[in-house]
Write a protein that binds this ligand. Structure first.
Ligand SMILES: *[C@@H]1O[C@H](CO)[C@@H](O)[C@H](O)[C@H]1NC(C)=O
Ligand SMILES: *[C@@H]1O[C@H](CO)[C@@H](O)[C@H](O)[C@H]1NC(C)=O
Ligand SMILES: *[C@@H]1O[C@H](CO)[C@@H](O)[C@H](O)[C@H]1NC(C)=O
Ligand SMILES: *[C@@H]1O[C@H](CO)[C@@H](O)[C@H](O)[C@H]1NC(C)=O
Length: 373
């Protein structure tokens, strides 16, 4: 394989699995979704949120998929479920906490979607495929395509405007994380400066999607930001050889690649503020992933992590997680990264706990509230 192809393969596999993150109350701008009761969760995103769509999509496109093999799922499910982790994702912890069923993957589940549907697919981009050079990836599963899937499902859930406002008014919508794959797919062919130029297009697409969901009746939104790409093991492995001095001597991360996520998150928060102005009845919460991952990288012991920049599963060399003879760490719960760019259940749990402080509805808090009235 040429260096470029190999690079693309690493990025793609790295991106095959995408997962998730959460909301520190500090980034909520005084907003919270608390004390609301949700009957369902609808989710759009990539491998950070995909609860089982990628096996369907990858099989349809004839792309090998390590995620369908053990040890994926080993911590919580005892079998691979299509999640890009050893166990539960942020969205799973949130569903469990809110008392809503684990959000069924829209392409893989044959049942009712009245309690929610997950349209997220590993490797999904925000921008449509036409933006990217011809190739096997990215697949035609962008945010815009996921919205079309939602719009096809909608008539099975509600009909009139009022009925839809009532139904989706009791739903929690997750829009993202989106952006990681747009940027990571671009790493082999674009400089950081060139990538920065299309961040506004990514943000505009996310913002338009939320607007469309509000028009469909959505009222409660959680919108996760980007991760620090420069702290992910595949990106460090790929780019630090060329310039070892680019590594931050404290964290071991690549500042240049982290700056993309910082820029994205800044523009995203500005866009959400504008949406709040336009739609005062909607609650739109920004959910921070970047800060949480940085905190884990900077203070691993606080989280019980022994090694934060090494993957738990995969390697040596070109072996992927799930390949015969690939490496598997002894304690996934002591790691931040599971495979290429995806986090372990342990990391997702910490992030979910924090996000939940902003999305909190639990019988206990509801009881407290009712006593105080
Ligand atoms: C979906 O469920 C229906 C009835 O519950 C069944 O007839 C059908 O074969 C199922 N389809 C798949 C793909 O499992
Ligand atoms: C992508 O999928 C959508 C919806 O399924 C379809 O309308 C569109 O034509 C597809 N685009 C490409 C480039 O295949
Ligand atoms: C290195 O990382 C630390 C901790 O995140 C940060 O405070 C510092 O500014 C970074 N150094 C450079 C040169 O970017
Ligand atoms: C917002 O909610 C109020 C009170 O329920 C309602 O009167 C108003 O029409 C709503 N505004 C929009 C733009 O939906």
């Amino acid at each position: 394989m040429s260096k470029l192809l190999r690079t693309v393969a690493i990025l793609l596999l790295g991106n095959l699995g995408w997962t998730w993150a959460l909301i520190p109350s500090s980034s909520l701008g005084g907003l919270s979704l608390s004390a609301r009761r949700y009957d369902s969760i609808f989710s759009f995103g990539d491998s950070l949120a995909d609860t089982g769509n990628n096996p369907v999509v990858f099989a349809e496109n004839g792309i090998p998929n390590p995620v369908t093999r053990t040890p994926y799922g080993c911590t919580s499910f005892g079998r691979p479920t299509g999640r890009n982790s050893d166990g539960r994702l942020i969205i799973d912890f949130i569903a469990q906490h809110l008392g809503v069923p684990l959000v069924p993957p829209s392409l893989a589940y044959n049942g009712s979607f009245r309690r929610g549907a997950n349209f997220a697919v590993g490797s999904a981009t925000t921008l449509d495929v036409a933006f990217f050079p011809d190739g096997k990836l990215p697949l035609n599963i962008s945010l815009g395509v996921q919205l079309e899937w939602f719009e096809s499902l909608k008539p099975s859930l509600c009909h009139t405007t009022q009925e839809c406002e009532e139904f989706f008014g009791r739903s929690l919508f997750f829009v993202g994380e989106f952006g990681v794959n747009d940027y990571h797919f671009s790493f082999p062919i674009k400089t950081v400066q060139e990538i920065m130029l299309f961040v506004p297009d990514v943000i505009g697409t996310i913002s338009t999607a939320i607007q469309r969901l509000i028009e469909h009746g959505g009222a409660s939104f959680v919108v996760p930001g980007m991760i620090p790409s420069g702290c992910t093991p595949p990106v460090i492995a790929m780019f630090s050889d060329a310039d070892p001095a680019a590594l931050n001597s404290t964290t071991g991360c690549l500042e240049d690649y982290n700056s993309i996520g910082m820029h994205h998150n800044l523009l995203l928060q500005e866009a959400l503020e504008k949406l709040r102005g336009k739609h005062p009845n909607a609650t739109i919460v920004y959910a921070d992933l970047f800060g949480h991952i940085m905190e884990m990288v900077e203070s691993p012991r606080k989280f019980g992590f022994e090694d934060v920049l090494a993957i738990c599963c995969g390697g040596p060399g070109k072996l992927y997680c799930g390949d015969d003879d690939s490496y598997l760490c002894e304690k996934p719960s002591a790691r931040l990264f599971w495979d290429g760019v995806h986090l372990t259940e342990a990391a997702y749990r910490y992030i979910a706990d924090d996000w939940l402080r902003s999305i909190d509805y639990s019988p206990a808090t509801a009881r407290e509230r009712s006593f105080s009235y």
